[in-house]
Ligand binder design. Structure first.
Ligand SMILES: *Cc1c(COP(=O)(O)O)cnc(C)c1O
Length: 412
């Protein structure tokens, strides 16, 4: 059951806060710290994620515990005191989708006899996570992908893991409609983020950020948003931590959207007016090319409660932001490029003050989007002026020719 029978809204998990309060905040912190490095990032927070699950049913591929990397170079370049990048793409299938999928597939594992298969519509990364976790548990999976709108790296993952891979002649929103029909009778389990179990796993991103900062709350967290499950999950993690006294303030949440698929941004600009679904335009940030976000209401709720901001980025802005921050030793995917561009724009506009501690959530591994980066450096993205192109230099195998280029490019 994914929606409320009377209002049609998405369901939300409510934890037994009274039960969780039997441990003091200091005891929770000590317990979580004692588990660091010994369990998956998600299941080390099991009491706050899915307490009722029999631990023998956990299907884990070592998800979570992703690095929170401080970048002094990036911080300095935008005049902000402290900037961190939470590398959620450093994960089993290369995106944060693993965090939610371990919870969902573990639950399916527990009710196995009632479920024929697990299915999802995907912009690429969800299908990779579904197929990997289902394969690990020996559960059949079915993925619905929009034809020619996912990268080869994303497409090959479900194929390799043995999922039934259906490439439909439509966009993500079209795939979503079909998968909802197919899963209606309940025999095939729906793995999209309207399933609240995913949100429960993804909310550990906020626990990890706070824990990695020594149980301190950053001022601002910037998250790229498409279907808006992740921004909602991160918000709900902070609400729970505050309710339990693990933290006393909330960060300001920023959702970053591409100009080509910006229904939340349009709503925000008009004081969070009601969602007007749109047809998403083509964007390099394919994982957030979504015009009718299923978690819109949840996202608005967390943004309102955290005095949140929604910012948008153009194709040129996202590509150049990803490349600029790559120069500080990162390898950013285009969705993270949207979040980085939003961070840069908000810093320039003074909406993120200089004396801030900012965390940018990187959602996927750049290697999944190698083509995006290759085309950028070759200057071959139509309509995008590559500001930092660094194409390979073709030379004969000749020492003098090589020496000449090195001397011309690198100061002695
Ligand atoms: C799924 C995904 C997003 C968007 O998350 P939502 O929960 O749909 O807002 C962003 N980046 C990447 C790489 C993703 O796979």
């Amino acid at each position: 059951m994914y929606r409320c029978a009377s209002c049609g809204g998405l369901l939300e998990v409510r934890h037994d806060v009274g039960e969780l309060k039997r441990r003091k905040p200091s005891e929770w912190r000590a317990l979580f710290d004692s588990r660091l490095g010994r369990e998956s990032g998600v299941w080390s927070k099991k009491e706050m994620v899915l307490p009722g699950l029999d631990s023998r049913n956990i299907v884990s591929l070592g998800e979570g515990n992703s690095p929170l990397i401080k970048s002094d170079g990036f911080a300095k370049s935008i005049g902000i005191d402290e900037v961190y990048i939470k590398q959620c793409g450093t994960s089993h299938t290369g995106s944060f989708k693993d965090l939610g999928m371990t919870v969902l597939v573990s639950m399916v594992n527990q009710i196995r006899s009632k479920v024929r298969a697990v299915a999802c519509a995907s912009t690429g990364d969800t299908s990779a996570a579904v197929s990997a976790y289902c394969a690990a548990a020996g559960i059949p999976s079915i993925v619905f992908l929009p034809q020619d709108k996912v990268t080869i790296a994303q497409l090959i993952q479900p194929i390799a893991n043995g999922a039934l891979t259906l490439s439909l002649d439509t966009d993500f929103d079209g795939c979503m409609k079909i998968v909802q029909e197919i899963t209606k009778d309940g025999s095939v389990y729906l793995a999209n983020s309207m399933n609240s179990l995913r949100v429960e796993g993804q909310k550990t991103i906020s626990f990890e950020i706070v824990q990695q900062l020594g149980w301190q709350v950053p001022d601002v967290i910037v998250v790229p948003g498409g279907n808006l499950g992740n921004i909602s999950a991160i918000g709900s993690g902070f609400f729970l931590m505050r309710e339990l006294g693990l933290i006393d303030t909330l960060p300001r949440l920023v959702c970053a959207q591409t100009e080509k698929a910006n229904p939340l941004y349009r709503s925000y600009r008009d004081g969070f007016r009601a969602l007007e679904p749109m047809t998403a335009g083509n964007t390099m940030a394919t994982a957030i090319q979504i015009g009718n976000p299923v978690s819109f209401e949840k996202a608005v709720k967390v943004l309102r409660a955290t005095d949140g901001i929604v910012e948008q980025a153009s194709e040129a802005e996202l590509a150049n932001a990803a490349a600029a921050v790559d120069r500080f030793g990162f390898f950013n995917d285009p969705q993270t490029g949207v979040a980085l561009a939003a961070t840069i724009k908000l810093a320039q506009a003074g909406k993120i003050p200089p004396a801030s501690r900012v965390v940018v959530v990187s959602t996927a591994h750049g290697l999944k989007f190698a083509d995006f980066k290759t085309r950028f450096h070759e200057g071959q993205i139509p309509g995008v002026n590559s500001l930092l192109p660094n194409p390979p230099i073709r030379l004969p195998a000749d020492v003098e020719a090589v020496r000449k280029v090195i001397n011309g490019r690198i100061p002695a």
